[in-house]
Design a protein around this ligand. Structure first.
Ligand SMILES: [Mn+2]
Length: 356
């Protein structure tokens, strides 16, 4: 972690910032290893300072590395921060995210300092996962796979969406996950056409498509997987939807590698679905970065000029949604490796496994 803070200072300097305030909780965790802590101040000529509430003092003292830990009271915070930044050659101070009112109040005490939001300082680091992060994310992926397996074993006509979500949830936590990475989706029948369907008391019926989108967190890191199941032997249309989305998912995975431009990767997935005649029904981008947050850079979309790098972790999740009929999405969390890609979630995707 101390190494990460050194890199933060270097990146900030590259971008013309003399000091930097980290306030987003996931960023504080990334730089210090602590789940507590409110403001990390990285300034020249001083050891990094982590300000923490009394409530989180103990956990932060136990976990934080590479910084001083100091408690604050809400009334004294602004003066303390200003003191820490004053007289240290600080003309420009960057931050990840702070309320405007906060900048106003600390700015009044430091009229000579310009404050500037610059999240790229942080994201340029977080976007590339190191070996330790990759290991932890592999475990987060395994936990999502185990949860999908547990849900799959309970698939039967008559069970409710909630009951299926509960099976996944129980298996995930029992196997070692801290939490869900997001609210699970178990969308069946016409509800499978809602990309974020959540779950309801609807009972699975014969012929249903069932979209299941789940993910775990492990040591703070997220995983994200979606599979679509089919209740009974499907008709030609449902089969076509499933096979089209699977072709799109696989074609995209095959081109994921360092140097691939995110927009082009998205286009590969889109072309397969357009060629099958469902272009207007693919209503979201291919994927998103995954890490300490479930949605983070890089975006894998038509609007993204970013280039994939080894150490990126992104989702590969094309989908087709037909309102009133149903939908299909197949998603894995994918690590970009030095010469290609590797799935961190890997529950079977084949058509036979999808039918119950
Ligand atoms: Mn996703």
């Amino acid at each position: 972690m101390p190494n990460r803070i050194t890199k933060l200072a270097d990146k900030a300097a590259e971008r013309g910032l003399d000091a930097y305030i980290v306030a987003r909780p996931q960023n504080i965790r990334y730089y210090t290893g602590s789940i507590g802590g409110s403001f990390l101040i990285v300034a020249p000529d001083s050891y990094p300072l982590l300000q923490v509430t009394v409530l989180d003092e103990n956990v932060t003292r136990d976990q934080a590395r590479g910084c001083r830990v100091e408690t604050y009271s809400p009334t004294g915070l602004m003066n303390r921060l200003a003191d820490e930044l004053r007289g240290k050659r600080c003309r420009s101070v960057g931050f990840d995210e702070l309320p405007l009112s906060f900048i106003d109040r600390v700015g009044k005490r430091l009229p000579e300092v310009a404050f500037r939001q610059d999240q790229d300082v942080v994201w340029s680091q977080r976007i590339v996962k190191d070996a330790g992060e990759v290991k932890v994310m592999g475990e987060a992926g395994r936990l999502a796979d185990a949860a999908m397996e547990a849900l799959w074993e309970k698939l039967v006509v008559g069970v409710t969406e909630h009951q299926l979500a509960a099976e996944a949830s129980y298996a995930m936590i029992r196997e070692g996950a801290e939490a869900h990475a997001f609210e699970f989706t178990v969308g069946s029948g016409p509800r499978s056409a809602y990309p974020h369907a959540s779950s309801t008391v609807r009972k699975i019926e014969k012929g249903d498509l069932i979209v299941v989108d789940i993910g775990s967190t492990y040591q703070g890191y997220c995983s994200d997987i979606t599979r679509t199941f089919i209740a009974g032997k499907p008709d030609a249309k449902r089969r076509d939807l499933y096979e089209t989305v699977l072709r799109s998912h696989d074609a995209t995975y095959a081109v994921m590698r360092p140097g691939a431009v995110c927009r082009d990767v998205d286009s590969v997935s889109r072309r397969v679905i357009e060629d099958a005649g469902y272009g207007p029904n693919y209503i979201h981008s291919l994927g998103h970065g995954v890490g300490l947050e479930i949605h983070e850079p890089p975006a894998v979309s038509q609007r993204s000029n970013e280039t994939l790098m080894a150490g990126n972790v992104v989702s590969d999740e094309p989908g087709i949604y037909i309102h009133g009929f149903g939908g299909v999405r197949i998603e894995d969390t994918v690590l970009i490796t030095r010469n290609g890609a590797r799935r961190l979630t890997d529950f079977p995707r084949d058509f036979e496994k999808a039918i119950f």
